[in-house]
Design a protein around this ligand. Structure first.
Ligand SMILES: [Zn+2]
Length: 255
């Protein structure tokens, strides 16, 4: 029923830093995501990974999301019908879990057209090398200021404000890292990386402990509040599936 969708590789945990790639909390909760949700748990070769599929657009019936919970961080795969888009790659060793979600689409690594890093931290690009080795046709993208610190087997194309990756809009959200980007899928919602975090069903700001330029990061939160999206998906924490931009606006107003 879905040709456009998103697979979410989630790990619920606290914070983000290249120094914390070994941190582990075993959360494999598969939360319901609304009336149009189906959930399926998939055992993978890594720890407690699971995949949750969520139909997100009753209008197009082509949009769905999947979530794979690993141990620590979240990555995503979006299917917009013309090459899968992988957003972030998790810590090292996450490629099998990403592959599990790709298979749920009935597709393979050869169908991955785009790999986008929201930022340079190791828990978001830890499996970039493995993913690119498998997704041999994929182009790789990141915010320009983070690119020098990302190890990649292929050259990384810089993304700037407004750039589109297979129809997904780039929003520059510096602060957590200088080149941090968020991605707005017009059908699915906002992918925040670590510009925002999920928290107890809601949304909270970037983690001060791992955000060297907090003032700029807070300006990025205010920027994200100017867009409209029903759902938001984070690097860390559970997604917000209803009223996400309203929640971000409330947060932005408190900063
Ligand atoms: Zn981070």
């Amino acid at each position: 029923m879905s040709a456009i969708g998103v697979a979410i590789f989630g790990v619920v945990a606290a914070s983000c830093s290249s120094d914390e790639t070994t941190a582990s909390t075993s959360s494999s909760t598969t939360t319901g995501a609304g009336p149009a949700t189906t959930a399926a748990a998939i055992a993978t070769t890594t720890t407690t990974a699971t995949v949750v599929t969520t139909t997100t657009s009753p209008v197009t019936e082509l949009v769905s999301s999947k979530r794979v919970n690993l141990d620590f961080v979240s990555a995503y795969v979006i299917d917009r019908g013309d090459g899968l888009v992988v957003i972030d790659t998790g810590v090292g060793g996450s490629a099998p879990a990403i592959h599990a979600a790709i298979e749920e689409y009935g597709k393979s690594w050869a169908d991955v057209g785009y790999v986008v890093a929201t930022h340079k931290h190791g828990d978001h690009v830890g499996s970039l090398g493995a993913v690119l080795a498998l997704a041999t046709d994929a182009d790789v993208f990141a915010g320009v200021s983070d690119i020098p610190d990302i190890s990649s087997r292929r050259s990384i194309t810089p993304l700037a404000e407004g750039d589109l990756v297979n129809g997904i809009q780039t929003i520059a959200t510096p602060g957590h890292t200088p080149g941090h980007i968020s991605l707005l899928d017009p059908d699915i919602g906002l992918f925040t990386g670590d510009a925002l975090n999920g928290a107890s069903g809601g949304v909270t700001g970037p983690n001060p402990g791992f955000t060297p330029d907090l003032d700029t990061a807070h300006l990025s939160v205010k920027k994200l509040a100017t867009f409209t999206y029903e759902q938001a998906f984070f690097g860390h924490g559970e997604p917000v599936l209803v009223g996400a931009s309203d929640a971000v606006s409330v947060l932005a107003g408190s900063l």
